[in-house]
Design a protein around this ligand. Structure first.
Ligand SMILES: *Cc1c(COP(=O)(O)O)cnc(C)c1O
Length: 439
């Protein structure tokens, strides 16, 4: 495909695997929230309520969620030592720098514990209402952990195609409820993720090809089975809404920490992007509560910038990174996606401030920096979050974005959050290899 056919000047640079920083020309004029076609803020509230209804059941199935009352939530951590180290490296963060540790989310150890778990629960509630396992939203959801519910779920399947982390969340949650869970995994998925899933009782089918092939085959096998439900990462409103609940949760956490968010105290959030559901949902949820006070930036690998390609070309899922000569291969396995989600692209088009792409060789040093300064471990995909922070603070485009939108006082009062999207389930040997010099 001829990239010069499209007007955005970023496209030739994407196809040349250059690191880019892109400000979204379609960002709504006042940076405010707008609902979007087929989704409203009420959908996110409904998802939040549904997670509350399931909290007693989650508490029982996953005792590690008990401290949070059965909510799957992660710490928001202040990172002053990291901030000092960045300043010393010529990246001065004015205001406050924090990390949202979704790497430590219970159940699945990544941001997928938000969307993936939510989608399994939404499907489960739907089945339970239709088949009389629950009489309605006010019923006792703990019934779902006992007979006859267990036998009912055991006769049903949940399937998903995944590069890794989505498979972990769907597989672990599905198997915990008693479903037959099948995860279709691409060649680039890590062996330890396959091993862990099998240990948790999920079935893993492996494919020589890429993510797209795993998804296509999973969907085909699920569609011919009337008792099977397919989690469609590329088109799922449920996943998106599950991720979006993070906005309300973060709002409560910031409030509890006494950190104000308004136009005089803006919030900047940096989130790694694969197919776009997780960062898109989080962005949607944040914009719906903070409106123009929050600025959301994505990060993608230079080899797989599918969301930036979809947005900048205006083609959404009608174009893939292979069309512009990229191979999609990256050490950031959670972000190794060639084609973005059409719904995510559509719903964040006017909400996303911008995006940076990042080379693989930058990920490990940033991952190690977070470990060395804060003793926080994240996987390489999650370390991509540093890229848009650095780009915003060190490039002319970034300076322009800030000066056009923020008063000098507001810049001093800003809170910057790196969204650390995954890592805690990684086995110790793998982790030590990554953290060791030259590993
Ligand atoms: C899946 C994932 C993302 C991105 O989520 P998408 O919904 O694919 O955009 C980011 N980081 C990690 C660690 C992930 O597993």
């Amino acid at each position: 495909m001829n990239v010069s056919a499209f007007s955005d000047p970023v496209l030739p640079r994407l196809s040349a695997r250059r690191e880019v920083f892109w400000i979204n020309p379609a960002l709504s004029p006042n940076n405010g929230f707008c609902e979007g076609e087929g989704i409203t803020a009420a959908d996110v509230d409904a998802a939040s309520d549904r997670l509350d209804r399931f909290a007693p059941l989650l508490k029982k199935l996953f005792p590690e969620t008990a401290a949070n009352g059965g909510l799957i939530e992660s710490p928001l951590v202040g990172t002053e030592r990291l901030q000092k180290a960045l300043a010393a490296a010529g990246i001065p963060v004015k205001g406050r720098l924090m990390v949202k540790m979704d790497a430590d989310l219970p159940v699945a150890g990544s941001v997928k514990a938000r969307g993936g778990v939510y989608e399994v629960l939404a499907h489960t509630e739907d089945l339970a209402f239709r088949h009389g396992l629950l009489s309605g939203p006010g019923d006792d959801y703990l019934k779902l952990a006992d007979e006859p519910a267990r036998a009912f779920f055991a006769a049903r399947k949940i399937q998903v195609g995944s590069t890794g982390n989505l498979g972990l969340s769907i597989g672990i949650m599905g198997a915990a409820l008693g479903y037959k869970a099948t995860v279709h995994m691409s060649a680039d998925a890590k062996q330890w993720k396959k091993d862990l899933l099998r240990k948790k009782g999920a079935e893993v089918l492996e494919y020589d090809g890429d993510y797209a092939e795993a998804v296509a085959n999973g969907r085909r096998l699920s569609d011919i089975d009337p008792d099977s439900y397919f989690v469609d990462d590329e088109n799922s409103k449920n996943l998106f809404c599950g991720y979006a609940v993070a906005g309300r949760r973060l709002q409560a956490q910031l409030k509890k920490a006494g950190i104000p968010v308004d136009v005089d105290h803006p919030l900047f959030v940096y989130i790694p992007c694969g197919v776009g559901g997780a960062p898109g949902g989080v962005t949607y949820g944040l914009k719906s509560v903070f409106g123009s006070a929050v600025h959301c930036f994505f990060a993608e690998p230079v080899a797989a910038p599918c969301m930036l390609l979809g947005l900048a070309s205006g083609q959404y899922n009608g174009i893939c990174v292979q069309d512009i000569g990229l191979d999609g291969k990256t050490a950031a396995d959670g972000l190794a996606v060639g084609r973005c989600s059409a719904v995510a692209a559509k719903w964040i088009r006017a909400l996303l401030s911008g995006e940076a792409t990042v080379r693989d060789d930058v990920l490990t040093p940033d991952m190690r920096l977070l470990w060395q300064t804060e003793r926080l471990f994240i996987e390489p995909s999650a370390a991509a979050a540093f890229a848009p922070l650095k780009a915003l603070l060190t490039t002319g485009q970034g300076a322009r974005y800030l000066s056009e939108r923020l008063s000098p006082a507001a810049a001093e009062n800003a809170t910057h959050i790196l969204w650390a999207t995954g890592g805690s389930l990684m086995p110790e040997t793998e982790r030590n290899r990554l953290l060791a010099d030259g590993g």
